[in-house]
Design a protein around this ligand. Structure first.
Ligand SMILES: Nc1ncnc2c1ncn2[C@@H]1O[C@H](COP(=O)(O)OP(=O)(O)OP(=O)(O)O)[C@@H](O)[C@H]1O
Ligand SMILES: [Zn+2]
Ligand SMILES: [Zn+2]
Length: 813
């Protein structure tokens, strides 16, 4: 038998499978998806590999005698199912990534092992031949990591001795594997008497042994208890337990514990009777297996309850479920609903978990103790074996696209996984992405609508305020009169306020404060970017550039500015104008500590905060009944990011933020301040009119040829030396252009660039971009060229330049 392995060798630039022979005594437990250790390269260094394929016959061109044998099998159970191994291969091709990169994405850090050198003592060491302390230590331990030995005695002191002992055959150095993440153990006290004997035992114990009696009584109703808990409950010390142990009534054992990633108790969250709209959606999804669904439901329509009940019915069938939420929506509120309904059958999975926590959660799923995984994008790889359902909430969110290799789209991976494993896929959003909605219209997803809020309250009324008029009328403050008055009113009624600042895109675009005109590129209809160093405006799509204007080309006003306003400034203004209100700010600065995010939300829930100021972080998932006013300080900042997705993002943000207001019986109000009240993103958001937004946006996409009407390939060339980056970027561009123009079939492919990236320099690295627009059916041919490009990275590395490729990036700035 032969095995094809993906070997974990980071120094290798070629990405292929390596063939090894499987020793015959290993054959019966060799399986695809298990990890093995193999000697690699000339030095026969012991490396880890994943079994991707098993074969009876050898491919021609390979010589059986020259193959090395596999040395160890690491896993007793495969770490990947056959379907996951297939997904691995698919991801590698789709995202032009390496095997090892994809494996490390699918299986969490900490599961992967590292080979370590271990010293094994073969025969007793005479203390006269080496340092006596070392000899004594070796003799007492028999086996230890070389690392530890070095640490204890110092590298220089032992090197000679170790070599000498090796030559004499007293010790041997071997490679061994250690699990990087240690399991955690906790002491438990177990009952060793029959519960019905408890009374009898209690009587026989000395009358002075009150605490012992208490423990016996406590254990009469349960088999075991953690020692810590027991000591607290009975308020006693170790010696009490020891006495009982001596009498053979209890025994202390070590038990493995799961780390608790939530770190708090969660209240039960009871089932809610579905209303008619929810019921229809639920029935539809339940009736069709193997299908993809899109729930388009307004904010507060009760999508979460539908998810919960779908999971429940999957559980009844013995199937597992994955719930994906965007990074910023993984709030305690969301978690509580799932944990509150399904308890410890829920595993949590996101980037903020420690390695140990992630390892625990992973095994909980793999071993079948958890049946529901909830988490951010990597939860799509939850190691379930009988997957029935993947739910992707807020389907349109950017954080579902990975920006690290493999640069995968969570939606695509979820689709593929559902196809491979015969599971249902359910997408949910109040503002589906244009691409997804387009696919739903064309029948690829089953479209399900929920148009009303679950509690039958109307959606909040949205007021648009034209900030140009405010200025015209002499109001230079960041609050329009309308917003100011509304805030006063709500504070008086002791209701809560959320102020939202769209932090994306500040200082980037240039606009006229009197007429609202934004400087745009003449060829791309995208706002130009202000480059302070050269005092110029540049279009990041086509490269057009011109001098920064001093007066508005539209109205001649000299009040042309690039914008700049942060949450801190907003907070200061709020405190100045509303000195009595309890104000809190929630942004990246204030939520750095591990649970600070939770703390702020808890205080919000407890009504200790009157005004919560925040960025994107507070735009979704929050369900506070007393929030009756949402104010958007400036809406259009995200509109002017030079990205074709800017209008869509703005519409989504406005709709989501507005959705935080008026979720209970109290009437909600939203005030959106803007310099571009006529833009279709803002107009349609005001009317809660997704369809109207979609139909305008899809026309723009078609006209300018953007997704869903093409696939985008974003090539970034970056490095420290500006001239090398530019040189290689044009080389890359002409390679791509060449292969496109030579091809018969690639006539519809456009290659744009090279152009400087929006953020031209990050951490001293210059970045150039090349953008390819292609049809989906052209992609496989293009990938040949792209693959060749990536293999040139080795050559480019000499000039410290790298090429990175992103298929359908979440933004192209
Ligand atoms: N059938 C129902 N009857 C009454 N109330 C309900 C029902 N279903 C859900 N709710 C309540 O309605 C509120 C909104 O529901 P939920 O948060 O699930 O909506 P959502 O569609 O996920 O909203 P968003 O997209 O804004 O996060 C919640 O407080 C929930 O408890
Ligand atoms: Zn103007
Ligand atoms: Zn342009």
């Amino acid at each position: 038998m032969y095995a094809e392995l993906a070997v974990d060798n980071t120094s290798l630039n070629t990405d292929r499978l390596f063939t090894y022979s499987v020793p015959s005594d290993m054959e019966f437990y060799m399986e695809v998806g298990k990890r093995v250790l193999v000697p690699f390269g000339r030095g026969n260094k012991l490396l880890e590999g994943l079994v991707v394929n098993l074969k009876r016959d050898l491919d021609s061109g390979l010589d059986a005698d020259k193959l090395k044998p596999i040395q160890y099998v690491v896993d007793r159970e495969p770490i990947m199912t056959l379907e996951m191994v297939e997904l691995l291969g698919w991801m590698r091709e789709r995202y032009l990534a390496k095997y090892t990169e994809v494996i490390k994405t699918i299986v969490p850090n900490g599961i992967t092992m590292k080979a370590k050198k271990v010293v094994k003592v073969e025969m007793a060491i005479d203390e006269t031949i080496v340092d006596p302390e070392l000899a004594a230590y070796l003799n007492s331990k028999k086996r230890m990591a070389l690392e530890n030995l070095k640490r204890k005695f110092g590298e220089k002191n032992i090197q000679k001795d170790i070599n000498r002992l090796c030559q004499m055959g007293c010790i041997e150095i071997e490679e061994s594997v250690f699990q990087q993440v240690k399991k955690q153990y906790e002491k438990h006290v177990e009952r060793r008497f029959k519960p019905e004997d408890a009374d009898c035992i209690a009587e026989t114990l000395s009358t002075r042994a009150v605490k012992q009696v208490e423990i016996v009584r406590l254990l009469s109703s349960r088999e075991s208890i953690s020692k810590k808990e027991l000591l607290q409950a009975v308020n006693t010390s170790d010696s009490t337990i020891k006495s009982l142990e001596k009498k053979g009534l209890v025994e202390t054992v070590e038990r493995e514990v799961d780390r608790n990633p939530v770190g708090r108790e969660v209240a039960h969250y009871s089932k809610i009777e579905l209303n008619e709209a929810q019921r229809m959606v639920y029935d539809e999804i339940e009736s069709l297996k193997h299908t993809k669904h899109l729930i388009h439901g307004v904010t507060g329509s009760g999508k979460t309850e539908v998810y919960l009940q779908l999971i429940e019915s999957a559980l009844e069938r013995g199937e597992e479920s994955i719930v994906l939420v965007p990074e910023i929506a993984l709030t305690p509120q969301t978690l509580d609903r799932f944990m509150g309904r399904f308890g410890d059958r829920v595993a949590i999975y996101h980037s903020k978990l420690s390695n140990g926590e992630r390892y625990d959660e992973w095994r909980k799923m793999r071993d079948g103790r958890a049946k529901v995984a909830i988490g951010t994008r990597s939860a799509v790889f939850a190691p379930f074996r009988n997957l029935g359902l993947i739910i992707m909430d807020e389907e349109h969110e950017q954080s579902y696209k990975s920006s690290m290799n493999p640069k995968y789209s969570t939606l695509e991976v979820a689709e593929k996984r559902c196809e491979l494993e015969g599971a249902r896929l359910v997408l949910g959003s109040a503002t589906p992405s244009v691409e997804t909605y387009y696919r739903a219209e064309s029948g690829e997803f089953k479209l399900l609508e929920m148009n009303l809020r679950a509690n039958e309250n109307p959606l909040p009324n949205i007021n648009l305020i034209d900030m140009r008029e405010e200025l015209y009328n002499g109001n230079k403050s960041i609050f329009s009169r309308e917003l100011y008055m509304s805030m006063l009113e709500k504070l008086e009624r002791r209701e809560q306020i959320i102020l939202f600042l769209n932090s994306r895109g500040f200082s980037k675009f240039v606009s006229c404060r009197s007429c609202g005109h934004v400087i745009k590129c003449s060829r791309c209809d995208i706002s130009m970017t202000y480059h302070a160093e050269e005092n110029r405006l540049v279009c990041h799509y086509c490269g057009e550039s011109r001098k920064m204007v001093t007066e508005c080309p539209e109205c001649g006003s000299r009040y042309v500015k690039h914008m700049g306003l942060g949450t801190q400034k907003v907070e200061a203004e709020v405190r100045k104008h509303f000195p009595k209100a309890a104000v809190e700010r929630m942004d990246l600065d204030t939520t750095g500590r591990k649970h600070s995010h939770e703390e702020i939300l808890t205080r919000m829930k407890n009504r200790e905060i009157d005004i919560l100021i925040g960025t994107q972080m507070i735009s979704k998932g929050l369900d506070f009944p007393d929030v009756t006013l949402v104010g958007v300080i400036i809406a259009d900042t995200s509109l002017n990011i030079p990205d074709y997705k800017a209008p869509e993002r703005t519409f989504q943000l406005m709709t989501q933020v507005a959705g935080r207001a008026g979720r209970s019986e109290l009437e909600g109000r939203v005030v959106i301040q803007t310099y571009e009240p006529d833009h279709y993103s803002i107009q349609t958001a005001k009317d809660h009119d997704y369809m109207s937004f979609y139909s305008q946006e899809i026309m723009v996409r078609k006209l300018f040829r953007y997704p869903p009407f093409c696939e985008l390939v974003d090539i970034t060339v970056y490095g420290r030396e500006e001239s090398s980056v530019c040189k290689i970027a044009s080389e890359v561009a002409s390679r791509v252009k060449d292969s496109v123009s030579k091809s018969e079939t690639l006539r519809n492919v456009e290659v744009l660039g090279p152009n400087p990236a929006l953020i031209y320099r990050i951490k001293d690295r210059y970045r150039m971009k090349i953008l390819i627009k292609a049809r989906r059916e052209d992609m496989s041919e293009i990938k040949t060229t792209l693959g060749a490009l990536l293999s040139l990275n080795e050559k480019y590395a000499k000039e410290q330049v790298r090429v990175s490729i992103d298929i359908n990036p979440s933004s192209i700035i």
